[in-house]
Design a protein. Sequence first.
Length: 328
Amino acid sequence: MNLTSNVRPADMERITTEALANAFIDEQVSALRAQIGDGKVLLALSGGVDSSVVAALLIKAVGKQLTCIHVNHGLMRKGESQQVIDVFCGELGANLIYIDATDRFLDKLAGVSDPETKRKIIGGEFIRVFDEEAAKLTGIKFLGQGTIYPDILESDGVKAHHNVGGLPEDVQFELVEPVKLLFKDEVRVVGKALGLPDEMVYRQPFPGPGLGVRCVGAITRDRLEAVRESDAILREEFAKAGLAGKVWQYFTVVPDFTSTGITDGKRTDAWPVIVRAVNTKDAMTATVEHLDWELMDRITDRITHEVKGVNRVLYDCTPKPTATIEWE
């Protein structure tokens, strides 16, 4: 298995079994040690499957020579930053720098409703935070990246979306990209073989701007919290219903408008929560998952009673096309 070139061999074995995954891990550990030597490596660790698998590989190969930076921009799903800390600090003993930049990001986003402007703010601020933290470190020669094979096919090897807007162009490190010749499903198999938890290995696709594109319009802290809490309920109910590994992506959206409702016998003016659940093979087209009404009743009851500021639950029945998967 040639896993070190920039071009994936046409006859390369698919990593579909634990044995192949372990062979890949052994080969990459040797390759990483040869490349890095006694040097230091820096990695932006989002908690997504790609960066998590790269972090686990680097820890196995060079241990404390790796420094991970996890930036919490306040737009993560419920419990995700804590999971990164628990897994990589508590279980794997990583050198992890945790940055809670929630206020910094949300202050920058205040009053901004245009989706592309929001994305640029989030991406630009991520670069600045990462750059500031990297500047505090000394002796870093290598930069780990969670580039996977589709990134090479789609963008000439530059994983521009990996950390929302890419990493600073003036950070002069040698790249370390141990999973760059793997497809996403293969990365997951390697992650399982490395002992990463299923919640991380099988994490749903998550946009770089995070919940920022699911809090439609100008982001407010209370509406952002409604997105986070309703999303957590949806994921919990899907898991109970056995849908967690069967539906490709599912999430909630809270738009920037309200409707009249009744809570505790009194009229309210509150937000709707929109549930989105789709299946796809390539994300170019997507079909809508047909949920049974009993499940939707449970989801609706929980969200309207447990999430502050919400009085309706809607289901998005639109495939791609004509809709996109995300709302922004």
